[in-house]
Each structure stands twice: as structure tokens, then as C-alpha cells.
Design a protein around this ligand. Sequence first.
Ligand SMILES: [Zn+2]
Length: 205
Amino acid sequence: MVQCVVYLDRQHSGKPGKRAKDTGAGADIDGDGIIELHEQEALLTPRYIWAAELALRAAGHIVIPISDGSYTDRFRRINSYVGTFPRHMPQVMIACHLNAGRGSYGSCFYDYRSRSGPELAARIAKQLRMVAPELNGVKCIAAKPDDWTRNAFATIQCTPVAICFEPFFIDADHAVELSTPESMTAIGRSLAAGIDAWAQTMEGK
Ligand SMILES: [Zn+2]
């Protein structure tokens, strides 16, 4: 089995200074007329991050959770950890998000320049599709600095192959079913299964 190092970045949380209260997107998922704290992106992603970490560790992978700092600072930190592991170990960074904008699909964004990005995104998308039939498919999208994908592009600028993971839209109808603890656990496990499947394709590379 190929063991890999996975950086799970709980983005939006832990930004210093003026942006410290950033929690990402929010929506009135339970329909009571208020967008509560627990209905905000950075307070929801830990539900699937935890399940992913548990499954990855159980499968023998190394997990490094990241949850604070400016994104530039996080990338610098992740890059500084890369060399502390043996060179043969694949390393992966997941920028953990939920999408906003009432779309119907899940998304895995990869850096358009990345060699391994499309394969990693495809493996994760395949697993997510299986646990989230509420989604109208899962798209693998090349993120670029100069078009509508620029925000996703900005979340994955580190040395390891990276995915901006947006499993569903927080403000779409499907969020009611997909944000339950059970669905979030399934989503986290699917993320882990996709990373593990990708890692096994790196055997001997
Ligand atoms: Zn986000």
C-alpha cells in the first residue's frame, strides 16, 4: 500500500486580524429565518473533515490538519513540511469548503497546471457521487487565475497536489439532506476513499 501525507485545510477559519470572524458562506438551511453559526461554512466543514481524517488515519495515511493563518501563510507552512517526509510519499492538500450560489452539483477544483490534479479530482468525484445521489453530478474543474474559477485557484497554491473541495452548495435545497451529521460523515469518508484510491495509482511512480 502507498502511504501518503494529507493536509486537510479548514479554510475560512483562523484568519488573523480583521478577517478573524470570517466563517465563509452561510445559509438558512433549517428554514427558521435566521442564518445561525452552525449554518456557516467554516463551522460545517469540520463535520466532513473529521470523518475524512478518521478514515485516512485508519487506512494508514498521515494527516496534518490546518486551520489557521492567512492562505499565503498556510501554503508557506505546508511547503515547509513537505521536505520532512520521505520523497517517495505522495502528498496532497485539500482546501475544505462548501460552495455558495445555489448550484446543484459538487465540485473538485484542481490547478490547471497540475499533472496529478485531474486524476486526484476524478477519484474523489467518483466516490462523492456514490454517497451523494442528491447532487446533479460532481464536476472536476481546472482552476485558473484569470476566469470565474480564480477564487478556487487562490485556495490551492501550495507545492503538494491540491484540490479545492466543494462537495455541495450550502444555499441549495440539497443542503438540507447533505449537511446532516450522517451525510457529512459519508462525504468525509468519500473524500478519504478518493485520496486513498489516487494514492494507490502512485505505486512505483
Ligand atoms: Zn469557501
